[in-house]
Design a protein around this ligand. Structure first.
Ligand SMILES: Cc1cc2nc3c(=O)[nH]c(=O)nc-3n(C[C@H](O)[C@H](O)[C@H](O)COP(=O)(O)OP(=O)(O)OC[C@H]3O[C@@H](n4cnc5c(N)ncnc54)[C@H](O)[C@@H]3O)c2cc1C
Length: 396
């Protein structure tokens, strides 16, 4: 049967080729009516091509689906996309091919049932759009380093801003600066020396920009500095996804070339996605993979965002206040999704002066420790900073 079909198919293709060649000659000879007739005959092989496209899509998809059913997990990167392209092509070649239309519908349904990997949405003929479209670079963290890096890639090296995605777990650009205690100030003075590098501002993250100039402040507060970063990101139209925490990065492939990365995220309470998808009151971390495989991942999540707790840390470290401990790391600690932020707030210091109690021990006597001790003392509290190195011993 297959042999017979192949015979018929071969004949169809051969005669299609003959008609195609003939129609081109007729066209060259300006015999347009005959050229159109011959071309029409050549096009009669389109349903055959459509069948091939359908079969190729199925041959890719079906084994991957049965593997998924038997072993769980997701199909290899790009596979659904390729199968989808073939089903769509089959429909284009033969709009009456009901089987191909059925495959497009089934694949679309499958994709909507796999919310953790919507990237191949283009698979079933949909164009990728917005943040789900392919990106070349994912930058984790929209703080000073993340925004500076994104500006360098887009403004200096000319990458399209839509190809660079910043993923930020906080509510906005410069989130950690917004968590600074109200009294805290930048240590390095911001000033603008136009004559030298165009902007010699020690706190600048992008060539030609200056917090001193835009904030009119020599020692900006955290909130002011976040405004500066936010303004840079908005004016450069950077692609920032907020309230989204990166929870895993995996390298894939790489045998025949450089690896691609799979970036797992979960949305934070407050994001519209989170509200829509939260399955129950308490849920463990559930990774989603919103981006298809970027070629580069830049970790700009902040050196001090992950305080040591548990093994390796001092006993009781988790009881101490640490500014980077927001709703996110508390969630990790508790292993569940917090429904309210009130629990998290106790971990933050929004203002030293309004902290309850009068006696404080600050562990560590470097920039943050000294800053905390000075500001607590200014607020009339007893503060003792533990110093970690000889050179910082002082009699004051
Ligand atoms: C008192 C004090 C004074 C200072 N003064 C100066 C100064 O004068 N000049 C100066 O240059 N520096 C100063 N610094 C240091 C400066 O604040 C830090 O060097 C700077 O914030 C580091 O920037 P970053 O982008 O690496 O990290 P951050 O600013 O901490 O940004 C990291 C971002 O990543 C996000 N993030 C973390 N984990 C994830 C995740 N898993 N998924 C998604 N997002 C994530 C965070 O929410 C955050 O927005 C000072 C610091 C202190 C404490």
């Amino acid at each position: 049967m297959a042999k017979k079909r192949r015979g018929t198919g071969d004949q169809q293709l051969a005669s299609a080729e003959e008609h195609a060649v003939k129609s081109e000659s007729l066209f060259e000879a300006k015999q347009y009516a005959d050229a159109a007739l011959e071309a029409e005959k050549a096009l009669q092989c389109l349903p055959l091509m459509a069948r091939s496209s359908l079969t190729r899509g199925r041959a890719l998809l079906y084994p991957a689906l049965s593997k998924m059913v038997q072993e769980g997990g997701l199909p290899p990167a790009g596979l659904l996309e390729e199968a989808g392209r073939h089903f769509t092509l089959a429909v284009r070649l033969d709009p009456e091919c009901e089987e191909a239309k059925g495959e497009v519908d089934s694949l679309q349904k499958l994709l909507s049932d796999l919310p953790q990997d919507p990237a191949p949405a283009s698979a079933a003929g949909k164009e990728p759009s917005g943040a789900a479209a392919a990106v070349d670079v994912i930058i984790v963290g929209a703080g000073a380093a993340g925004v500076g890096c994104a500006l360098m890639l887009t403004k200096t090296f000319g990458l399209d801003a839509s190809r660079v995605l910043l993923i930020e777990r906080g509510e906005g650009v410069g989130d950690t600066f917004r968590r600074w205690p109200a009294e805290m100030r930048f240590i390095s003075p911001s000033f603008n020396n136009q004559g030298w590098t165009n902007s010699f501002d020690l706190n600048s993250v992008a060539h030609g920009s200056s917090p001193a100039y835009s904030l009119h402040a020599q020692h900006p507060s955290g909130g002011q500095y976040a405004d500066y970063l936010d303004a840079l990101a908005s004016s450069a139209k950077l692609n920032v996804r907020t309230l989204t925490e990166v929870i895993s990065v995996k390298a894939e492939g790489g045998k025949g070339g450089p690896p691609r990365f799979r970036v797992g995220v979960r949305s934070q309470p407050g994001s519209s996605e989170h509200a829509a998808r939260r399955p129950s009151r308490v849920s463990g971390p559930r990774p989603r993979f919103p981006e298809d495989h970027p070629r580069y991942v830049v970790w700009a999540a902040g050196e001090f965002q992950y305080p040591r707790e548990g093994g390796g840390a001092i006993a009781g470290a988790e009881l101490c206040r640490h500014n980077s401990r927001g709703p996110f790391s508390l969630e990790q600690t508790l292993g569940c999704t917090l429904l309210s932020r009130s629990l998290a707030v106790i971990a933050l210091v929004s203002r030293f002066a309004s902290l309850p109690g009068d006696d404080f021990v600050v562990i560590g006597g470097y920039e943050s420790g000294a800053d905390a001790a000075v500001n607590l003392a200014k607020a009339g509290k007893q503060a003792c900073a533990s110093l970690t190195s000889e050179c910082r011993k002082t009699s004051d």
